[in-house]
Design a protein around this ligand. Structure first.
Ligand code: G1P
Length: 305
């Protein structure tokens, strides 16, 4: 099905969501000696469950987790645990039982193994053999990026229906921090929150960045990206970059747009970012929020007096 004949019927834009989870998690050492970064909790739930829920809500029916050897436990998190469930049921702990059953009920999970850490582009390419012939687009969600409120993938799918090609998510970053990201060169469309992408560059120096619009870890990619991924060479950091495959598509006149995200974004790739996301969720939680808020106020006041 091409982008142009999919405006009606049950077309959801994509069925597979690829989630690269092969990194060593060095920023979280020593914990990541034994616990994969993706299983660290935001409050009480691993980030990977939120990502799976986001993909399922956007219409995906399958999550392809790209893991490195030894990180299979990330996928095991989505298996059900009948013994634990029976125990909780026997104890009448229904709320906990519901939490435990949540992840296995979300979405079908499959695993692709990335044997060598050759970069994000290479990791995404590892999912290609699992795609069905009729899948002409895939979503890619980076689990380090917590994009709130969720739902931007749905908007991106609507933009792909309108313009075809590939659609990414952008957020505005202060120029002094732009070199941590893939950065877009854009031009306006008739919608202020949608820009046509004319170029994309990975981790530019602040003075060389074509804009302050950065890639936010949500991609809806035409299947053509896999062909581009086979043609790129190592780029920033000596790695095969997804950004460079998107840049190649743009050079070859493949339409690429970004949806500019105005909500919150937490960077779960650093301990401070994960902590911030936990505090954010905890403050919104009716059980732990009020007490935490009091404690935080008190704690910060002590700091400043
Ligand atoms: C990756 C991408 C980058 C994107 C970023 C978002 O970089 O390569 O284009 O802006 O995620 O978090 P990484 O954080 O893996 O260095």
């Amino acid at each position: 099905m091409s982008a142009s004949d999919c405006g009606t019927g049950g077309y959801r834009g994509f069925r597979t969501a690829v989630v690269p989870a092969a990194g060593l998690g060095t920023r979280f050492l020593p914990t990541t000696k034994t616990v994969p970064k993706e299983l660290l909790p935001v409050l009480d739930t691993p980030a990977i469950e939120y990502v799976a829920a986001e993909a399922a809500r956007a219409g995906a029916d399958r999550l392809v987790l790209v893991v490195s050897p030894g990180k299979e436990s990330v996928a095991a998190y989505f298996d059900s645990n009948p013994d634990l469930e029976a125990e909780l049921r026997g104890q009448g702990r229904d709320a906990l039982l519901a939490k435990v059953r949540r992840a296995p009920g979300l979405i079908r999970v499959e695993v692709a193994v990335q044997r060598k850490p050759l970069g994000l582009g290479h990791a995404v390419g590892c999912a290609e053999p699992l795609l069905a012939e009729d899948e002409d687009a895939v979503a890619v969600l980076l689990p380090d990026d917590f994009v709130l409120p969720t739902g931007v993938l749905g908007t991106m799918a609507a933009i792909r229906r309108r313009h075809g090609g590939s659609v990414l998510c952008a957020f505005d970053v202060p120029r002094e921090r732009i070199s941590a990201y893939g950065v877009f060169e854009v031009e306006d469309t008739d919608d202020p929150d949608v820009r046509r992408v004319r170029g994309m560059v990975e981790k530019p120096a602040p003075e060389a960045a074509p804009s302050t619009l950065a890639a936010a870890g949500r991609y809806l990619l035409d299947r053509a990206v896999f062909d581009a991924l086979r043609r790129i060479v190592p780029g920033a950091g000596g790695e095969l970059q997804l950004t460079d495959a998107v840049a190649l598509l743009i050079d070859e006149d493949h339409p690429v747009h970004v949806v500019v995200h105005h909500g919150e974004r937490h960077d779960l790739g650093t301990p401070a970012g994960l902590l911030r996301a936990s505090v954010d969720f905890a403050l919104a939680d009716s059980d732990v929020g009020p007490e935490l808020r009091r404690w935080l106020r008190d704690r910060v006041e002590r700091e400043t007096t």
